[in-house]
Design a protein around this ligand. Structure first.
Ligand code: XIL
Length: 354
């Protein structure tokens, strides 16, 4: 036991001393300087192409060059963290506002980074005008259809893949009784995929879920859902595993690899879409960071082991801007943009050996 902690501490100290991949961070211009968007050549980056990051407009607009630098240098794709939620894109009925999401999409285009769209149909982050009253089935069908058509149409050719349906299942494995399911019925899922496909036939369309990284009721239900959709010729192309994990709650690598394989067997593209690891707690920081790195490594290695698994996206970049709060230290870069052991782990698990 003690040896393990000593090793972890040594690893953390080495990382701290060298700044991890900190040469990059140290060379970054000081915060506050204008962000030289065009200044970063992606030719010399150490970004594994399969590694993505959720990026948000508040951070981009704040203009800390370390934020841009870290994304451009260390990541190969982006997901808008919240800017493509329905509450953002259609804040009032019939009034679409693409401004913030567009800023992220053009930032990505400037740097040659593909974009994952997140997310078309979810029971959270929907505007008050949707939740604040009762709708008939045909009214809500019309609202959802127009929403999907407008949003996917707006980004056709610029957003290559979409989380079409987010978190459709309960932990017990039943369909979540959200507003879409209650008013439209369980068929809302198939309809959403068909409408998205019609709006952009080339986009890859995903169902995205959390807590399905283990072999249990929810994972089995997700599997059954995909089988049903495929049988009905619904254009679903992939399954996203969010992977919001914790030091004391993460799947063994072999178990997650097995889950990925069984979905690959259905012909699905697979991605880890929202990886982060809650690493708060009373244990010494060095030990927590080393354990966190082991979780990152095992998730990335599971994806790497399955050909159909093409990308691991972390839900943010720096602990300073994580939805979990900085004290959870859930992301690969610390609050000063120094690479953590988690970054070294995920990068080496994804980078092919020379
Ligand atoms: C979080 C984001 O980080 C916030 O910015 C957002 O507004 C709300 O939730 N599952 C998801 C993500 O699919 O959209 C959530 O993101 C985290 C859980």
């Amino acid at each position: 036991m003690l040896r393990k902690y000593a090793l972890a501490l040594a690893l953390a100290l080495v990382v701290a001393a060298t700044g991890g991949r900190g040469a990059a961070a140290a060379a970054a211009p000081s915060p506050g300087a204008a962000v030289p968007h065009g200044a970063y050549s992606r030719r010399s980056v150490d970004a594994p192409p399969q590694l993505g990051a959720a990026v948000n407009a508040v951070m981009l607009d704040a203009g800390d060059p370390r934020y841009v630098h870290t994304i451009v240098r260390h990541y190969g794709s982006v997901t808008p963290e919240y800017e493509m939620e329905m509450s953002q894109l259609e804040p009032e009925r019939g009034r679409f506002d693409f401004a913030r999401a567009d800023r992220i999409v053009s930032f990505a285009a400037r740097h040659g980074l593909p974009v994952r769209g997140h997310t078309l149909v979810w029971d959270q982050m929907i505007p008050a005008w949707v939740t604040g009253r009762e709708w008939t089935r045909s009214q809500l069908l019309h609202i959802l259809h127009r929403y999907i058509q407008t949003v996917v149409g707006h980004y056709r050719g610029r957003v290559g893949e979409w989380d079409v349906v987010n978190e459709p299942l309960t932990d017990g494995g039943s369909l979540r009784h959200n507003v879409w399911e209650r008013v439209i019925g369980p068929g809302y899922i198939a309809l959403a995929f068909r409408w998205a496909h019609r709006a952009d036939p080339r986009a890859a369309l995903f169902v995205n879920e959390y807590g399905a990284e283990w072999r249990d009721a929810k994972e089995r239900a997700l599997h059954r859902l995909v089988v049903r959709l495929r049988r009905a010729h619904v254009p679903v192309s992939g399954v996203g595993f969010q992977a919001h994990l914790r030091l004391d709650a993460h799947p063994p690598q072999a178990e997650f690899t097995g889950v990925l394989r069984s979905f690959a067997g259905l012909g699905m593209r697979l991605e880890v879409t929202e990886l982060d690891v809650r690493a708060g707690g009373p244990a010494p920081l060095a030990r927590r960071l080393a354990e966190e790195a082991a979780v990152y490594r095992s998730v990335a290695a599971a994806c790497r082991a399955v050909r159909a698994c093409s990308r691991v996206t972390t839900w943010g970049v720096t602990d300073a801007a994580s939805w979990l709060g900085a004290s959870q230290r859930g992301l690969p870069f610390d609050s000063s943009y120094r690479a953590k052991p988690a970054w070294l782990a995920v990068r080496s698990a994804l980078t092919p050996r020379a």
